[in-house]
Design a binder for this molecule. Structure first.
Ligand code: PEP
Length: 244
């Protein structure tokens, strides 16, 4: 079985004292652990992370440098020792109005800086209720992804499940993940098979095994439950396909 990938997204949480949580995260056999703290903690997190725990950013600008007050480039993240970046999170798509074209430009910038990149997609509750969830995700994939599969990870995050304590049924998760796999194969050919598809949205230690047990779920993108080493590692343990 291929390794699972469990990624923590700290969002706008954490101060210097929180680095102790990252220092306490220990890699598990069978599970890759990645953590995206806020920009202010990326350098510190790189310094304290144990072997096998990769640190990344939650966003990047599409330009390498320039007059973009308050923004951070992929090259700056790489310079701090980051290994990956998350782009297109639904909170950025809604709070900052990011479009698929902007997300795609960020993906290209991240790859040019040598970062792996997690591209987030997912439908709103109204879109799911209207029966357009697959069409929405298809449009996001088509508009956000680059021409090659190298370094890509997809995170399927239904917007209505993020931070709400609600999750899709196992059947809904597996149907969407297999739909995404089909689209990745269409876009990238055989290389689409190697792209991990993470599920994100209210993953907790007590539901991780079921959610990550679905076909084509390669791991999880975890928000709230990634803020402490204890709950993040409990999710990683539940995700482990080959404990011991
Ligand atoms: C997220 O921020 O990507 C996320 C999935 O958050 P939560 O786990 O808190 O729902």
């Amino acid at each position: 079985m291929t390794k699972r990938l469990v990624v923590g997204n700290w969002k706008m949480n954490g101060v210097t004292a929180s680095l102790g949580e990252i220092a306490g995260m220990d890699a598990l056999a069978g599970v890759d652990l990645w953590v995206a703290p806020p920009f202010t903690l990326v350098g510190g997190a790189v310094a304290v992370a144990r072997d096998g725990v990769r640190i990344g950013g939650q966003d990047c600008h599409h330009a390498v440098s320039g007059a973009h007050t308050g923004c951070i480039s992929a090259a700056m993240l790489a310079d701090l020792g980051a290994a990956f970046v998350i782009v297109g999170h639904s909170e950025r798509r809604s709070d900052q109005g990011e479009t698929d074209a902007e997300v795609r430009a960020k993906v290209l910038a991240a790859r040019a800086a040598g970062l792996d990149v997690i591209v987030c997609v997912g439908e709103s509750e109204a879109q799911r209720d209207a029966g357009t969830a697959e069409a929405v995700v298809d449009g996001q994939l088509g508009g956000s992804l680059p021409g090659t599969a190298d370094g890509l990870v997809i995170a399927y995050e239904p917007v209505w499940a993020i931070g709400t304590g609600r999750t899709p049924s196992s059947a809904e998760v597996s149907a969407m993940h297999s739909f995404i796999r089909t689209r990745l194969l269409a876009l990238f050919g055989a290389a689409g098979q190697g792209i991990a598809i993470l599920y994100g949205g209210s993953v907790k230690p007590d539901n991780a095994a079921v959610l990550l047990g679905q076909a084509d779920v390669g791991g999880a993108l975890v928000g709230g439950a990634s803020l402490t080493a204890a709950s993040f590692l409990a999710i990683a343990a539940a995700a482990n396909p080959s404990p011991g």
